[in-house]
Design a protein around this ligand. Structure first.
Ligand code: XMP
Ligand code: MG
Length: 179
């Protein structure tokens, strides 16, 4: 099993780059079928979603736009529970069909907070797409419309996801070894 050391922790290979790309193509096709001709706006939540966003957009065969917001709740491998908006929306989304792109929905706190903000801007519709979810933690708190992979409640890195800033550049997704 391929392993990587990031800061003080060891992670093992969990989802290969090939598997990720197969799922992304499926999600891209599904989104294109649903939204073709409606010019949806992807809203990508930085930092973690930048790799996923680039791949999802290129898997879509339709007119679409993208905008980025930056929210932050995590320090190390623990959520702080407090969500800060570090970079906000720079576009008018009133009447737009918005597709939120997240790398991972864990407790759902970040998304719940962001959905409340979005609602005040009056979008026509909001669709949630997340590469990963942790159903054990999320329960029914937020309904994610398209999920890449459901994973157990273990910290993961790679493919945009970081542990204290490192490992975003790994092509595969790795899971914390042991606990
Ligand atoms: P919540 O709990 O608010 O968390 O749904 C969502 C945000 O927290 C980050 N996050 C992780 N980052 N590995 C990471 O690298 C993980 O296992 C993990 N779980 C949550 C992520 O930025 C996400 O947007
Ligand atoms: Mg993060």
């Amino acid at each position: 099993m391929k392993e990587v050391k990031v800061h003080d922790k060891v992670f093992e290979l969990y989802i290969s780059a090939e598997k990720i790309q197969v799922r992304i193509d499926e999600i891209g096709k599904a989104l294109s079928e649903e939204f073709r001709g409606r010019n949806p706006l992807f809203v990508s939540i930085l930092n973690g979603s930048f790799v996923f966003t680039a791949d999802i957009m290129r898997a879509c065969d339709m007119d679409c736009e993208v905008s980025f917001v930056k929210l932050s709740s995590y320090q190390g491998t623990q959520t702080t529970g407090k969500i800060k908006t570090l970079i906000g929306l720079d576009m008018n989304i009133a009447g737009r069909e918005v597709i939120i792109l997240e790398d991972i929905v864990d407790t759902g706190n970040t998304l719940t907070h962001f959905l409340e903000i979005l609602d005040t801007y009056d979008p026509k519709s909001v669709t949630l797409v997340s590469l990963l979810t942790k159903p054990e933690v999320l329960k029914d708190k937020v309904k994610v419309d398209q999920i890449g992979f459901e994973i157990p409640n273990k910290f993961v890195v790679g493919y945009g996801l970081d542990y204290d800033g490192l490992a975003r550049n790994l092509k595969d997704i790795y899971q914390l070894k042991g606990g």
